[in-house]
Design a protein around this ligand. Structure first.
Ligand code: ADP
Ligand code: ZN
Length: 431
């Protein structure tokens, strides 16, 4: 059994948890019906009234919310409280299209802090921990989200933000940081730099809390090895709440969704139909306790499965599996669906020869898609480059069902990311 930040909530009996969810759902639906014009209009169109929500299953009667809605009603029209009650604005990192913003009340920040605090404690953090926050601070939710959660636990927070990598590592050694929070791609970069500086034995790091972008199990192993830590996966999104929407316990078998705050569903991304338990599909989240900008059935576009089986850690909240990617990360190349995470998996299987630093370049020449992958050779590589290239191309073809041209580059030639990595350059729309 591990340690919990809020054992009464994290380990609540499921029946009690569901009772709480239903009560909060009813409360939230009534609030948004009364206070948010978009929801009132949509519910009126389909003839659903707040009183029609009698069971948790009735959630499927409610309208979906999409990222486009957040753009259309930008910046404040989805608020369910007066603007004076909003104490913080965060914005999406804009990975996909125009920015959206989210307003948080004091109560919302408190809940969000609880979410991240649960994560930190599950990663063996407490008031004696020294938490280095190397997520970017600012509109992006990573920095402030981790910061306020660690403060809530009472840890010593070291708000280095991202960048200035060597100085980060000096601080890590000098201050004895025990926990590191950043994107997994930045953690990889930090690991690489620690090695170059030859200071691994000066680190006091025990655990890392990494999220904001997809990463694979192989990458987890590499980070754990490079920094000598246990790496936890944390999930969040600006629209709902930053890191801490779901968090990984010591079992490292998926992230517990804070179900006292959220109701999660999995739908078929094409038809919108709710899928049976255990199905793979798009994660949909309803915020049942959020005050400022509550969202009903928000389509996250993240693809994953939900696992309702009991977790050995004792927490009862459902676990989401690592998102495989987003519906809008998916590239369609010559008619075939390709996820960057599949490419990463192949590269990480070959981690002796190549590094997982890669870039996908898609273009269109003479009406045909071109598909190129730049990959860095590992510094230790001393084999035959042509043979290596051929091997990777063969493995990629069998993984993806489509051929890609691999270009092996010198180590360190692909620019490192301090936040979310930019893996895809799609030039097809430029023509
Ligand atoms: P943007 O949509 O501009 O990137 P956000 O910073 O709000 O803005 O990013 C949220 C998104 O980041 C999520 O919807 C998801 O796709 C991705 N994400 C966050 N945490 C994880 C994680 N642990 N694993 C995979 N993807 C994640
Ligand atoms: Zn668990």
């Amino acid at each position: 059994m591990g340690r919990y930040f809020q054992p009464d909530i994290e380990c609540m009996e499921r029946s009690e948890l569901e009772g709480h969810q239903l009560e909060k759902l009813k409360w939230q639906v009534k609030r948004v019906y009364e206070n948010v014009q978009m929801y009132r209009e949509r519910m009126d169109e389909t003839g659903v009234k707040p009183e029609d929500i009698k069971t948790l299953e009735d959630i499927s009667k409610l309208p979906f919310t999409t990222k486009q809605d957040l753009r259309d009603y930008y910046p404040f029209q989805l608020l369910a409280v007066p603007k004076r009650d909003i104490v913080r604005i965060q914005a999406s990192s804009g990975t996909t299209g125009k920015q959206i913003v989210a307003g948080y009340t004091r109560g919302d920040l408190d809940q969000w802090s609880n979410g991240f605090a649960r994560q930190l404690v599950a990663a063996d953090g407490d008031e004696k921990s020294r938490v280095q926050v190397s997520y970017g601070y600012g509109l992006f939710t990573g920095g402030l989200g981790a910061h306020q959660g660690a403060e809530k636990v009472g840890a010593m927070v070291i708000p280095t933000s991202s960048g200035n990598t060597e100085r980060q590592i000096r601080f890590m050694c000098d201050l004895g940081s025990t926990h590191l929070c950043c994107t997994p791609s930045y953690a990889m970069y930090l690991g690489e730099t620690v090695k170059e500086m030859g200071v691994k034995n000066q680190l006091k790091l025990r655990a890392g809390i990494f999220g904001a972008e997809p990463w694979t199990e192989e990458m987890r192993k590499q980070i754990e090895e490079a920094l000598g830590i246990r790496a936890h996966d944390v999930y969040g999104l600006t629209e709902i709440m930053g890191p801490g929407v779901s968090y990984e316990c010591e079992m490292q078998q998926g992230m517990h969704i804070c179900e006292d705050m959220f109701i999660a569903e999995i739908i078929d991304p094409d038809t919108g139909e709710v899928l049976p338990q255990g199905s793979f599909g798009e994660l949909v989240i309803s915020t049942i306790t959020k005050e400022g900008q509550p969202l009903l059935r928000y389509r996250t576009r993240d693809l994953c499965t939900l696992d309702y089986s009991p977790c050995e850690c004792g927490r009862t909240h459902v676990r989401m599996k690592k998102p495989a990617g987003r519906t809008d990360d998916m590239l369609i190349i010559r008619g075939v669906n390709v996820f960057p995470s599949q490419i990463e998996e192949v590269l990480l299987k070959n981690s002796i020869e190549v590094s997982p630093n890669y870039q996908i370049i898609v273009d269109r020449v003479n009406n045909t898609d071109t598909f190129d992958i730049n990959v860095e050779l590992s510094p230790k590589f001393n084999g035959d480059v042509e043979a290596e290239k051929h091997k990777l191309e063969t493995q990629l073809r069998s993984m993806l069902g489509i051929g890609a041209k691999v270009h092996l580059l010198r180590p360190k030639s692909i620019v490192r990311s301090e936040g979310k990595a930019k893996r895809v350059i799609d030039n097809r729309n430029l023509h």
